[in-house]
Design a protein around this ligand. Structure first.
Ligand code: LMR
Length: 394
């Protein structure tokens, strides 16, 4: 059966993780995979998570199955965190999933099931797993222009021109905040303009919300998503707790579908449970229970928000420090855009040869498209990275 099998190639982020692990140099710097690191270079378990886990360990009396769509209390808590009161709860169907990726997969599975011929519009560039999943599902992939390499910002006119071509029922993938890989986010006006277009075309937004709280704050980061949810009849959302709760390996995600009313919501809830059943039966519970425990306890929630704010501020401090060091190294403002981006990632404008030179000559690992994880910088490594970037990018 497998004699002639050729293993599919791992995506560029996973390939980079493997080559970083294999590098014996002690001064290597990992600016690849999207994992938060504190100024000591560690990815610690958040204190609120530790406490919630202690509460669960002390009080949990069974590990028996929960529902196919996960614990309703978890789904409800995360729905509230993301959507606030932008849309009535009886219009929103939810299911817990293994990580944000599980939610992306289930949302696209649902779209394919109801509209097999619909195209999925994705920004250029986007997270490599987006087109990979769309391709795996056999959906039609379309791309829209998003990023302007010359300015390090959004290519607004081009984005809106491309999105105007989406047809009714097509799916338009948007990054809720902290665009991966560019770090260039939509402004409040961009969200309104996109809302106008979606209203006009009848295309359905699908928001990947993997970094809630990493850009400007919890409600600030959800504002665009809430705007579309309040305004449009249908919105798909894939949420992740990997980053904002530091629960990477626990795989905590939620797929949400804003529907036009309680009756379609019932049907979508049924479809979600069915798809979970076909794919993995029951979603993982431990990480979801941790999140729910934190969000439902005022003290733990406060503690978590304080830690989240600290993570966000660390990333923004790293951005400012790198931009300042690059100003000194290059004598120009060419890299100032790094300080204006949000979240973990920015594109540094390196071609594949330059990415290779950074790795080979300096032990600095960024993804092949030039994506850098600024959370991987520390006060010790920033000067070295700035020097290497100035040298290699000329
Ligand atoms: C990333 O983009 O580096 C993260 O979202 C991790 C992943 O799964 O790719």
């Amino acid at each position: 059966m497998f004699e002639n099998l050729k293993a599919p190639e791992a995506d560029k982020i996973l390939r980079l993780m493997a080559s970083f692990a294999a590098d014996g140099r002690t001064d290597k710097v990992d600016l690849g995979v999207g994992v938060y690191r504190n100024p000591q270079g560690q990815t610690p378990v958040m204190a609120a998570v530790r406490e919630a886990e202690a509460v669960i360990a002390a009080t949990q009396v069974t590990k028996s199955y929960v529902g196919l769509s996960g614990d309703p209390a978890f789904c409800e808590a995360l729905r509230g965190l993301i959507l606030g009161d932008a849309v009535a709860a009886d219009r929103v169907a939810t299911c817990a999933t293994p990580g944000g990726t599980g939610a992306v997969r289930q949302a696209l599975e649902m779209a394919r099931r109801v509209s097999p011929d619909a195209a999925v519009w994705m920004p250029t560039p986007t997270w490599p797993n987006h087109p990979a999943i769309v391709g795996h599902l056999g959906q039609t992939a379309r791309s829209y222009r998003y990023y302007d390499e010359a300015t390090g910002g959004l290519d607004r006119q081009a984005m809106l021109a491309d999105l105007a071509q989406a047809k009714a029922g097509d799916v338009v993938l948007l990054h809720g905040c902290c665009h991966n890989p560019t770090g260039a986010d939509l402004s409040a006006k961009d969200w309104r303009d996109i809302g106008d277009l979606l209203e006009m075309t009848g295309a359905v937004p699908f928001i990947d919300m993997a970094y809630l709280g990493f850009a400007n704050g919890l409600s600030e980061d959800a504002a665009g998503t809430r705007h579309l949810a309040a305004r449009l009849p249908e919105v798909l959302i894939a949420a992740s707790c990997s980053k904002n709760f530091g629960l990477y390996r626990e795989r905590v995600g939620l797929c949400l579908a804003v529907t036009s009313g309680p009756a379609p919501r019932e049907a979508v809830s049924g479809l979600m449970a069915h798809l979970n059943r076909q794919t993995f039966a029951f979603p993982p519970d431990h990480g979801a229970r941790v999140v729910q425990t934190i969000l439902s306890d005022a003290r733990l929630r406060e503690m978590w928000q304080t830690e989240l704010t600290l993570m966000r501020e660390t990333m923004n401090t790293n951005r400012a420090a790198l931009a300042a060091a690059l100003r000194d190294e290059t004598g120009s403002d060419r890299f100032d855009f790094l300080a204006t981006h949000r979240g973990m990632f920015s594109l540094i404008g390196a071609d594949p040869e330059q990415v290779e030179a950074l790795r080979r000559d300096h032990g600095i690992y960024v993804v092949g498209d030039g994506r850098m994880n600024v959370a991987g910088l520390t006060p010790e490594t920033t000067p070295k990275v700035a020097r290497a970037l100035a040298l290699v990018l000329g």
